[in-house]
Design a protein around this ligand. Structure first.
Ligand SMILES: *Cc1c(COP(=O)(O)O)cnc(C)c1O
Length: 446
């Protein structure tokens, strides 16, 4: 399968090149030239398959031409070795809990998959591949843990000093081995600028092989499609149970009334869901839930895309002022605003509205949302039409935002065991200024 650039100014590349390079030479994002639909027989059986089986079938549609079947199966099975349950929160609204992985956020899926696929592509290569990743918190931990110990790859995590939570910091500064944490005296935007400038620096690229693990990489964003299929399979089983087995076995017999809501920042996650729909997944429509960084929401309303500097909110993983994957959404719909509006609607919430939702849902149902999932839940609660059933992506565990969530519900939030484990490690990081010359000088010594 060939991959083209959304900027169309550079020749198509192989999957291997797309994964190793991350970004196209013309600064566009890579897109697969085709999206293979899954056969009816797959949908007929989907609800009886395991998560790993569903994921492998979807992975074959993406990557089957380019990776030997046994290798691809191993990558998928290693990546998807934790639960992703669909949990009922209220009438007609379900939570797809993507926080049961090692760092308790959905980014574990893409990061673990990408680490294994990149590892596959660099085996036998003489020089090390260096992954640069800028993080405001969650990406760094998922990527660092995903790549830990993968041979032939070194990861540099750049994070803004004093601007990530203690738990988040521990998740990428305590690992050692092939993971180096750089504590940048600046903001997340500074970190991202350092990384982007490094990719464009000829001297640095001659010195070392650099790639990105942000959601621009196809090996990180495409695997996220797996769990949209898994959500529908589980929803089918739940509906079937409550309907007393009166439904027939085909997944197509679900009334196509499923609405999927994705709390969105850089729009990698929702784009993977849109790929799923193209592959035949019976999802009627999507809702992109934003916090006050609602550039996409405004695009839907006006047809104008106006990026602007991000503002800090309590759903901080969605504080993105210029979502990278917007280019992919446009490519998927040939730039047609009306076609995009047919499949996707938007929602935007203030900090107060997010906090109210966490409190309200906790008090009325006992379910504890994190600030990102709260945007997703609220958008479904307000946006579902009669006869529709919704699920939202619960993108992280509420304990990752312990202080915020405790302040809202006025009760302690228990920290899961695997999160506590990280707290025991010793922080190791390298101080870095926000000047590119300093960052470059450091990398040139590596
Ligand atoms: C990254 C992240 C998001 C946003 O996902 P995108 O793919 O960037 O749209 C939402 N919630 C949490 C918890 C995240 O870590």
């Amino acid at each position: 399968m060939k991959y083209y650039s959304t900027n169309h100014q550079t020749p198509d590349v192989t999957l291997q090149d797309a994964v190793v390079k991350g970004l196209a030479a013309d600064k566009g994002l890579f897109m697969p030239e085709r999206i293979n639909a899954l056969p009816a027989s797959f949908f007929d059986n989907m609800s009886t398959m395991s998560l790993q089986e569903v994921a492998y079938a979807v992975a074959q549609a993406f990557f089957g031409e380019d990776i030997p079947a046994d290798k691809l199966k191993q990558i998928v099975y290693d990546t998807m070795n934790f639960d992703i349950p669909l949990v009922k929160v209220s009438d007609n609204i379900y939570s797809l809990e993507l926080f049961h992985g090692p760092t308790l956020a959905f980014k574990d899926v893409g990061a673990r998959f990408m680490a294994r696929m990149l590892g596959h592509f660099v085996t036998g290569q003489r020089s090390t591949v260096n992954v640069l990743v800028a993080t405001s918190g969650d990406t760094g931990s998922a990527v660092a843990n995903g790549f830990l110990g993968v041979e032939g790859i070194h990861v540099y995590v750049l994070y803004p000093k004093g601007k990530v939570s203690l738990i988040q910091e521990k998740q990428f500064t305590t690992l050692g081995k092939n993971i180096t944490a750089l504590e940048v005296d600046g903001t997340f935007d500074d970190c991202q600028r350092l990384v982007k400038t490094a990719f464009m620096d000829a001297e640095l690229n001659a010195h070392m092989q650099l790639t990105s693990a942000n959601s621009i990489n196809v090996a990180r964003f495409l695997p996220q499609a797996f769990y949209y299929f898994w959500a529908v399979a589980q929803l089918y089983n739940i509906v079937k149970e409550t309907a007393g087995n009166s439904l027939q076995s085909s997944i197509f017999n679900l009334p196509s009334s499923i609405v999927c809501c994705v709390p969105s920042g850089n729009f990698g996650n929702i784009t993977a869901g849109l790929f799923g729909k193209r592959m035949g997944l019976p999802i009627k429509r999507f809702i992109a839930a934003n916090n006050r960084n609602d550039i996409f929401y405004n695009y839907l309303q006006t047809g104008q895309y106006n990026p602007r500097p991000s503002i800090t909110t309590i759903a901080n993983a969605m504080d993105v002022g210029d979502p990278s994957n917007f280019a992919r959404v446009l490519a998927l719909y040939d730039g047609s605003h009306s076609a995009i509006c047919q499949d996707i609607s938007g929602a935007t919430y203030t900090n107060d509205e997010i906090a109210d939702e966490i409190r309200r849902v906790y008090e009325t149902t006992g379910y504890l949302l994190d600030p990102h999932g709260a945007c997703g839940y609220r958008a479904l609660r307000e946006g579902l039409q009669p006869g529709e059933t919704g699920f939202f992506i619960e993108t992280a565990h509420p304990a990752k935002f312990k202080d915020t969530v405790e302040g809202i519900i006025g009760q302690p939030v228990a920290i899961p065991q695997r999160l506590q484990e990280f707290m025991k490690g010793t922080k190791q990081s390298i101080d870095m200024t926000s000047r590119f010359e300093d960052f470059k000088a450091y990398l040139l010594t590596q």
